[in-house]
Write a protein that binds this ligand. Structure first.
Ligand code: ZN
Length: 319
């Protein structure tokens, strides 16, 4: 029964936990689907949000449609971050087209209302402003207490220094915005036949000490199970790291990264451009784990978000 309880004990790979001592101990609950919202920006422009009030760790799909005039460029900011839009292929030159963007709500972002400011440039160089608000709700994440070997919680100074250097490297990777969108269409599960990944955002109490929240989903699977690229992307890291063991990171462009941890073996190299379904490596139990499993995470413009929403949200796009 070891497979069903296999989890990672990733402590220092995310941003340091923000103290939220009064947090209620919710059990994990399915996110409540809220209806999408549409804003009339005037000038025959409409802005569509997949959710106006996402919870922490959510991913949003934004969509700007023009009814008559083509848009040539969109600049958008939210929570002091640039939100890169991409233009969907147009049916013909006269078609005004559709622009879309992914917006990530970090799993520890303070729950409050954040303005989204956007300016769409037309072919005649006119800038049409549009704004909306996004009301971030507190996520319902379970809390669990674990008893683990002391060195899981208190690495020695040498291990700490290595982990900290790796954390800085990961921060630099996730802060890099590749302007080209490398993915196209829906995302797939990284394991064949395994769709039961849970525990995203779970708060951890390790040997009585609060740890960082769990920033990915864990898929239990036997060692050696192949792990596939869920979409096209470029390998930007493929090597052993202290906490996450043998790790692969894919850059999908436009600030979207997916992260794979604890591989038994890695099948790709940095710089490789991999297609959907390419073999990334095999499930293992390297790094800080209690057994073999795949830890899968997604970062969108530095926000740690639930990777399962890449599958559910991008699967809904109707071209
Ligand atoms: Zn994990």
């Amino acid at each position: 029964m070891r497979l069903t309880i296999a989890i990672c004990v990733l402590l220092l790979t995310g941003t340091p936990a923000i103290a939220q001592k009064s947090r209620p101990h919710h059990r994990a609950a399915a996110p409540i689907a809220t209806p999408p919202s549409t804003h009339d920006c005037g000038h025959n422009l409409t802005l569509h949000l997949s959710s106006p009030d996402p919870s922490q760790g959510s991913l949003l799909l934004l969509e700007l449609r023009s009814a008559n005039q083509p848009i040539t460029e969109i600049k958008a900011t939210w929570d002091s971050r640039e939100i890169p839009f991409w233009q969907e292929p147009r049916a013909d030159e006269k078609s005004p087209g559709v622009w879309r963007a992914l917006l990530g709500v970090d799993l520890e972002l303070k729950p409050e209302t954040y303005p989204l400011a956007l300016a769409a440039k037309t072919e005649s160089a006119e800038e049409i402003p549009c704004s909306a608000t996004i009301d971030v709700k507190e996520g319902t994440f379970a809390t669990e207490s674990l008893k683990v070997a002391p060195n899981f919680v208190e690495p020695n100074p040498e291990q700490l220094a290595r982990a900290e250097a790796e954390r800085q490297r990961l921060r630099a990777i996730f802060a890099t915005l590749t302007p080209e969108r490398l993915w196209d269409g829906r995302f797939h599960y990284p394991l064949t036949g395994v769709t039961t990944g849970g525990n995203f955002g779970k708060r951890r109490i390790l040997n009585g000490k609060p740890g960082s929240p769990h920033s990915g989903v864990d898929f239990p699977a036997p060692s050696g199970t192949p792990v596939y690229a869920p979409q096209r992307g470029r390998v930007v890291l493929a090597e052993p790291l202290y906490f996450s063991g043998n790790t692969v990171i894919l850059d999908h462009g436009l600030g979207l990264y997916t992260f794979y941890a604890h591989f038994e073996s890695i099948s790709v190299q940095p710089g490789d451009l991999v297609d959907t379904g390419a073999l990334l490596g095999k499930v293992g139990a390297t790094g800080r784990v209690t057994g073999p499993h795949l830890h899968w995470a997604a970062t969108v413009n530095r926000a740690r978000t639930n990777p399962l929403q890449l599958i559910s949200l991008l699967g809904t796009i109707d071209q």
